[in-house]
Write a protein that binds this ligand. Sequence first.
Ligand SMILES: Nc1ncnc2c1ncn2[C@@H]1O[C@H](COP(=O)(O)OP(=O)(O)OP(=O)(O)O)[C@@H](O)[C@H]1O
Ligand SMILES: [Mg+2]
Length: 466
Amino acid sequence: MLTRKHSIHGRFMMAFSAFTTIMLFAALGISIAWFFHYERQEMREALLVDASIVAAQSSAAVMFNDVQAMTENLGVLHHVKAVRWAILVADGERLVHYGQVPEDLDSLHRKLRENNGVIEHLSRIVLRQDIIYDGIIRGELLLGADLTELNVQFGAVVLFGVLLVAVFMFIALPVFHHIVGTISGPLGELARLSQLISTHGDQGIRVRISYQDEVGRLGAAFNSMLDSLAQRDQSLRKSRDQLRALNARQQAIREEERTRIAHEIHDDLGQRLTALKLEIARHLGERNGTMDPEALKIGRMVDDTVKAVREISWDLRPSVLDTLGLTAAIEWLGEDFQRRMATRCRVTVPAQELRVDPEVATHLFRICQELLTNVARHARASRVEIRLEAAQRLTLEVSDNGIGIQASSHGEKSLGLLGIRERTHRLGGIVTIDSTPDFQGTRVRVTTPYILPAETNPPAGAGDSP
Ligand SMILES: Nc1ncnc2c1ncn2[C@@H]1O[C@H](COP(=O)(O)OP(=O)(O)OP(=O)(O)O)[C@@H](O)[C@H]1O
Ligand SMILES: [Mg+2]
């Protein structure tokens, strides 16, 4: 059965086989019909003509019972190929005969009268012809012909026809197979390549164009589509790389700005405020040996302002990162989180301070900061853990026992995790986020190459780190 699952090639071959088989049977049917209708009819009519001639010639001989003349007349039938026997009868009496007269002649005779003088079987014909003399029926001529030879001839013709069709199919099938192959082959190749491209994303693949027909044009269109896709992909990648570079540059500038502002606020504003406090104490301070309450109040306000200024400067860029390094900065982040959020936060860092490239340190610090902000904003956790490990690579992991990242929570405006990925990508590292129902809470791990500060020897215990 022809189904939609069959290939184009299979369908064509089936259609061709069905078509030739139908043609073969149609040809056979037409030949058989033609044979029975024309060939045998012609034979019957020829026999009838011969019988009527012999009957006419024998009429006088029958009338006068001239046995010799009757025998001579019947002998004429000897030249008619299919005739096997003939007999002249008159008043139920057998006069003369030629050939092997059948034993059941009497019953044949009866049947002939009932069937208008002709009995026809597959391989024989029996005829009856009246012998009329002077307008009166004087006797009858019975004649039997054998059609086997004709049938054999017809069989040979049919056999030849079947053989001819078989030879035709034998030659035509491979030719047809080849022709169909020129259509289905390139189409199959096209389908195979499309699948290869969609599964492996290999856009360097191109279709080989062997024909200039519709399938060839389809292949060429496919190739040019791949070309323009590759071009678009390349320009997309280029603009993404440019965007990344721009973003990286902006972040670096922002970080520099923050550091500068933090230092200025801390050093300049902080110093000025301290000087201000001293001035207030000097001018308004002790009068008559006691502190002026107003001066005390202003002094406390200045103290608060100094504290606030320090906090602002610290938030902008914790000086601990620049002075004590990444390990201390991460520890400080954990402590600060625990203090502010009243949530237990365990920090595990290497015992010794790490010597890390300042850019890497800044990125890891900002990543940790964002991850802790996320825990505070979304996790509803009662326990947080920060781990910093330094081996061949640097690994920072922040895990919590909160509600986990919900599948529906990724909004277009959520940029924190995206920023983390971007920073990690820039460092040549990878981010893994575990937040499945099996894992209670969320665990984000960032692994980056261990980059040392410029002009520094590799750290002890870091193996052959980069
Ligand atoms: N530790 C966490 N526990 C539970 N959900 C989290 C956690 N971290 C992130 N999420 C979920 O993942 C989403 C994406 O976080 P992401 O930091 O990218 O964006 P955001 O925090 O919503 O916004 P922002 O751009 O200000 O960071 C959050 O909206 C939150 O639903
Ligand atoms: Mg966030």
